[in-house]
Design a protein around this ligand. Structure first.
Ligand code: 3VV
Length: 214
């Protein structure tokens, strides 16, 4: 087994499905013919606080009791900035943030780039480098930006800094998001939650804001 190959042993070898092979080899860096589209006309203005895409979202939802309550602000271009305050409930090691929650904060911030293209996309692949430990009570200052769009694939990158927006980098991430139609959520989501979301006129409006035909 090639130790640098991240696919599980059962999926390796000539018999593994083509889809698995393609996923294992695809990088999160955009191909040469990827484009950087303009911000969508409906994109929030630079400096605008982005609302939560879903009130019960673990990353950004104001109604999630244990959520990260990430706040995100639109940047000038195809970028956003976000802040995540590490609370005692987010510990991994004593007094230190759990790495998985830092990844969640990066995932959520990269996901909020959706607002700039005005289309819904979900994480297909997310790579992270943990550069330095993040103590409890730190504010993680995240900057995320789109690096390219190729068909339905949105490539993006982010850095999280501590000690201020210009402080040292604690975490880096690169993501590949895939644009989906709203049916992605209505088909796969638990029916009672989908119903509740669709019955809420405000949530319905937010969902329509992401409606695209990729
Ligand atoms: C009614 C109310 C609704 C309310 C909703 C409000 C609006 C919401 C708006 C916005 C939501 C934002 C949410 C942000 C939250 C943070 C972000 C998350 O955590 S999202 C959750 C985690 N992610 C998943 O659960 C995805 C699970 N995976 C999938 O569903 C599929 O695998 C999916 C959609 C990613 C792709 O499936 P395919 O069948 O549509 O498309 P294929 O053909 O497989 O892939 C398209 C291209 O992407 C590449 N690709 C796909 N997965 C890849 C991977 N892992 N690595 C590399 N490439 C990959 C493929 O190779 C293909 O490339 P080639 O076009 O052929 O060049």
């Amino acid at each position: 087994m090639n130790r640098s190959d991240p696919t599980p042993p059962a999926a390796q070898g000539p018999d593994r499905p083509a889809a698995v092979r393609a996923v294992a080899l695809a990088p999160t860096t955009p191909p040469a013919d990827a484009v950087l589209p303009p911000r969508a006309p409906e994109a929030p203005a630079p400096g605008a606080l982005l609302g939560s895409h879903y009130d019960h979202c673990f990353g950004c939802g104001p109604q999630h009791p244990q959520g990260l309550r990430l706040t995100v602000v639109a940047g000038e271009g195809l970028d956003v900035t976000a802040e995540f305050t590490v609370r005692p409930g987010h510990q991994g090691g004593p007094g230190l943030a759990h790495g998985g929650l830092l990844v969640t904060a990066m995932d959520e911030t990269l996901g909020s780039l959706n607002w700039l293209l005005h289309s819904a996309a979900v994480t297909g692949r997310l790579e992270t480098d943990f550069v330095r430990p993040v103590p409890v009570d730190s504010v993680l200052h995240i900057h995320a930006w789109i690096t390219g769009v190729h068909g339905r694939k949105i490539y993006s990158a982010a850095e999280g800094r501590i000690g201020g927006p210009d402080g040292p980098v604690a975490i880096r991430a690169q993501g590949l998001f895939v644009q989906v139609k709203l049916e992605h959520f209505t088909t796969h989501g638990r029916p009672e939650d989908i119903k509740k979301a669709l019955d809420d006129p405000d949530q319905f409006k937010r969902a329509r804001a992401f409606e695209v035909n990729p």
